[in-house]
Design a protein around this ligand. Structure first.
Ligand code: HGY
Ligand code: MN
Ligand code: MN
Ligand code: MN
Length: 400
């Protein structure tokens, strides 16, 4: 079984792949990966945010190049989102053993990129970027477990998270290999592409609060139905986004209380995910959609509350590092097509602190966040070749 296959077996659910932050399957995945790292003469460690880092020691005492992606998954995930980038990083380190690089090569498996367990993405990379405010430790998961207790329960020290960061003066950059999760490289017939930028994203939690009532005795005109408002909001989001060029807006989750077939819903909490390559249209769409939620609630005599809004601005890649990546693609005989990423990545968080660049791999069928996610082994081999060349070019530059 391939390494991706072995890691895909580390799941909370025997019927599909779900591996959330700091869960027991994440520890099993760490043990597997740390074993492969040790075999490749890397020194593995788990930092206090739960990131697994394998270091291939280089000549310089402090300089370091980071290479990797995330190890956590969405529920019922594909086997390659995140994991592929970690394993390609490890494959590059295996090929560069004995190269005596002028910097350490840290293969990084970030622990929480998707933001599923604590409704907050990029927790692992935020810690490495030195951008993890301590109040996040009080967030709770669906079982009421605090992030602080989950970290301590994993045998880590939540109060030492601020020591996970790298000093920007030491970091050559962060390179993230990742499936495109889109159709462009497949349409162009290219095995790899260079990411030109990452779309900005806003993630919100909204609550509609009505009044629970008996489904059989409450006349239709006397109801304050929270679920009715949420459902009207969901269809409004779809219609609104359809009218704004390149806007993507999604209501992906809804929690209804009391969630009983014979009770008019008292409360409905919905998520809202808004993305656009530019920040202004995204911010305008968020304003419009929150205003629409208010008026949908008002018509039904239901209360509305914006519970939380977090956003990441659109990210450009570091021109120097992306230039080296393009040169490596050309060196390997490829065409360095620039592709925009509609998906968020750990590179979003690290870009605030270090030079970042991303290599995309062709994504057959472009199906992601789904078990049908696939990648061609031949494209992975090209990607490893390109990344190895990139590291050697960076080493040459550091030595000159
Ligand atoms: O949601 C995203 O864009 C990424 O998969 N975390
Ligand atoms: Mn993902
Ligand atoms: Mn991902
Ligand atoms: Mn509208």
């Amino acid at each position: 079984m391939t390494r991706c296959g072995q890691l895909a077996a580390c799941s909370e659910d025997p019927a599909c792949l779900t591996r959330r932050y700091l869960t027991p399957p994440m520890r099993i995945a760490h043990n597997l990966l740390a074993g492969w790292m040790s075999e490749a003469s890397l020194v593995p460690r788990v930092d206090n945010a739960g990131n697994l880092v394998g270091r291939l020691a280089g000549q310089h005492e402090r300089r370091v190049l980071l290479l990797g992606s995330h190890l956590d998954t969405v529920p019922n995930a594909g086997a390659f989102d995140g994991v592929l980038g970690v394993l390609m990083g490890l494959a590059v380190a295996e090929r560069l053993r004995g190269e005596d690089l002028p910097f350490h090569l840290d293969v990084v498996a970030f622990s929480e990129e998707e933001g599923v367990r604590f409704s907050k993405p990029y927790l692992g990379s935020a810690a490495v970027a030195g951008a993890f405010p301590s109040e996040w430790l009080e967030r709770r998961d669906a079982d009421g477990i605090s992030l602080r207790d989950a970290i301590a329960g994993f045998g880590l020290d939540p109060d030492a998270i601020d020591r996970c960061g790298y000093d920007p003066r030491d970091v050559v950059g962060f390179i993230e290999p990742h499936l495109e999760q889109g159709p462009v490289l497949e349409e162009q017939g290219l095995p790899v592409g260079v990411v030109g930028g990452i779309a900005g994203q806003s993630r919100l939690r909204l609550a509609f609060r009505g009044r629970a009532a008996h489904a059989g005795t409450t006349p239709m005109h006397l109801r304050q139905d929270a679920l009715l408002c949420a459902s009207r909001f969901v269809s409004h989001v779809r219609d609104h986004a359809a009218g704004v060029e390149e806007l993507r807006a999604t209501v992906g989750s809804i929690h209804v209380t009391p969630n009983a077939p014979n009770v008019v819903a008292a409360e409905a909490e919905v998520s809202l995910d808004v993305r656009h390559r530019d920040d202004a249209p995204r911010e305008a769409a968020v304003r419009d959609l929150v205003a629409a939620a208010h008026s949908i609630a008002e018509i039904e005599g239901v209360e509305f509350e914006l519970l939380e809004e977090t956003s990441q601005r659109a990210i450009a890649m570091d021109p120097g590092l992306a230039g080296h990546l393009q040169a490596a693609v050309e060196h390997c005989g490829g065409r360095p097509l620039q592709v925009l990423s509609g998906a968020g990545h750990d590179a979003v968080m690290l870009a605030h602190r270090f030079p970042v660049a991303m290599l995309f791999l062709r994504h057959p069928g472009a199906v992601s966040h789904h078990p049908d996610e696939r990648v061609d082994a031949a494209d992975v081999a090209v990607g490893i070749e390109v990344l190895t060349q990139l590291v050697l070019n960076l080493a040459k530059q550091q030595r000159s």
